[in-house]
Design a protein around this ligand. Structure first.
Ligand code: URP
Ligand code: ZN
Ligand code: ZN
Length: 484
């Protein structure tokens, strides 16, 4: 049985047109004016609404074991919460322990993700290096649809990748036609600052941002970008929060490098005053890395999005409940890092981006789905509204309003970083694989209905990049030749 979305305005990355959308067997069959619903097809009234690609959140952590505990949101509850906010696909992270085979971790995460209600894919983290990592990266790219590898430059004594790991892994990414991604914070500096702050008796959440100042992020972003430049590989910087990191991205782009930047909804809208909240629980609930920054960084991030220096929006959805956060009651370095947001990303970006005139609707689509689909090589299957694409759609009512609250959310956590925010512009229907999975505030998510999405490597693009590097690299001049 098909489904026809009638009477809406289709908004994609590059156009806005009055059109109906007909979907059958999980894919879009037709986009056009006045499509007659075939017998038996379900009809969705999209009058007064926009019909857009379902959101892609390229940075989530469902049921992640991290900092001595496990996130509260699993792949089912997390993807269902995503549906409530118009997001129909996530790219989560497989994070092997140091010395764990990448393939073993990939299999473990694949098992956990079988319960997902929506489509998903995986970035795989490179947390250590030996010849098995080299081999497993090849297997993941060639046989398991992985085209991106993650590097944590922070979290010393846990999953931090040092320069040797970065250089080895970036080199391997280039060979494979995969994109390296980085969490850019100088883990050595963070560690040193944490020890200094604790020694001064600063043990509360207010010390968290002091241990991770913007320079720490700027240095690591710059280092990752320069390493990528020397090796000639594109690079994607996750959760850019500081002007210093954005500046490093712009410098790389200005020098002809292919550098992509991701920004979190939270970093665009929340400032570092949250860490000085008198209630310890509230302050600790906001502990994430990189931390929320002072307001001038938010303005810089918005400008980065508007100028096209930053390309995707994500959430880093990584939920820990109050009891878990309390593990760091006496020592802020033990507060599990992470906040939630998958349910609110699209609506807060619409409200503060489109409604304020900072973003056009087409830019909104680029930033919530199309760019992620292109960068991670699943476009136009995802991130578009056209015949042949997956029927992952959101019907968006620009007039609908709500006040965001943990009391009414689906996210499995007791707080919301956007608590009390009044927003206008909400999903009324979310459609995944041609099926309504969230309707008028009611979840119809089905456990296990989500599919793993293969993301092919980009060998031809990378060959071209490698060739250009080869051509532009200065030819070595031997001393004997120089003397002639
Ligand atoms: O604080 C965060 N961001 N927690 C999740 C792990 C990461 O760094 O992305
Ligand atoms: Zn991170
Ligand atoms: Zn993350």
């Amino acid at each position: 049985m098909g489904i026809v979305i009638k009477g809406g305005t289709v908004v994609t990355a590059d156009r806005t047109i009055r059109a109906d959308v007909y979907c059958e067997e999980g894919v879009i069959k037709a986009v056009g004016e006045d499509i007659d619903a075939p017998a038996g097809a379900e009809v969705v009234d999209a009058g007064g609404c926009y019909v857009m690609p379902g959101g892609i959140d390229p940075h989530t952590h469902m049921e992640l074991p991290f900092m001595g505990t496990v996130t509260t949101e699993d792949f089912f509850s997390g993807t269902a919460a995503g549906f409530a906010g118009g997001t129909t696909m996530i790219i989560d992270f497989v994070i092997p322990n140091p010395k764990q085979r990448l393939m073993d971790a990939f299999k473990t995460w694949s098992g956990w993700a079988e319960k997902a209600a929506g489509d998903y894919s995986f970035h795989v983290a490179v947390t250590w290096w030996d010849e098995t990592v080299h081999a497993d990266m090849g297997t993941l790219v060639e046989s398991h649809g992985v085209n991106s590898f993650k590097h944590f430059m922070a979290y010393k004594n846990a999953i931090m990748a040092d320069d040797e790991v970065l250089v080895n892994s970036f080199t391997r990414c280039l060979e494979l036609g995969a994109i390296p991604t980085v969490h850019a914070e100088n883990g050595e500096l963070v560690f040193r600052l944490q020890q200094q702050l604790l020694a001064q008796g600063l043990t509360g959440p207010e010390a968290h941002p002091l241990s991770r100042p913007p320079e720490v992020e700027g240095e690591a972003a710059n280092r990752a970008i320069q390493v990528a430049k020397v090796l000639g590989v594109p690079v994607y910087i996750v959760h850019v929060s500081a002007k210093e990191a954005l500046d490093a991205i712009i410098r790389g782009q200005d020098s002809g490098q292919r550098v992509f930047g991701e920004v979190l909804a939270g970093h665009l809208l929340i400032d570092d005053s949250v860490y000085r909240h008198p209630d310890w629980e509230v302050a600790a609930a906001h502990v994430m890395s990189p931390p929320f920054r002072s307001k001038e960084h938010q303005e810089a991030l918005w400008r980065g999005l508007q100028a096209g220096h930053l390309h995707t929006t994500a959430t880093d959805h990584c939920c820990f409940c109050a009891e878990q956060k309390a593990m760091g009651r006496d020592d802020f370095t033990k507060i599990p890092n992470g906040t939630a947001g998958i349910e609110d990303r699209m609506t807060v970006l619409w409200h503060h981006g489109v409604n304020t005139g900072r973003l056009t609707m087409n830019e909104f689509v680029r930033l919530t789905s199309a760019n992620a689909a292109q960068i991670f090589n699943i476009y136009p299957r995802k991130g578009s509204v056209e015949a042949g694409a997956d029927a992952d759609l959101v019907v968006w009512d620009p007039k609908a309003t709500k006040t965001i609250s943990a009391k009414t959310q689906m996210q499995k956590v007791g707080y919301n970083i956007f608590e009390g925010m009044e927003v206008q512009g909400l999903p009324v229907y979310t459609i995944s694989q041609g099926r309504i999975v969230h309707a008028l505030g009611e979840s119809r998510a089905v456990r296990g209905a989500g599919r793993y999405v293969n993301r092919p490597a980009f060998p031809s693009v990378y060959e071209a990049v490698a060739k250009r590097n080869e051509l532009s690299r200065p030819k070595p001049v031997l001393r004997s030749a120089a003397a002639e």
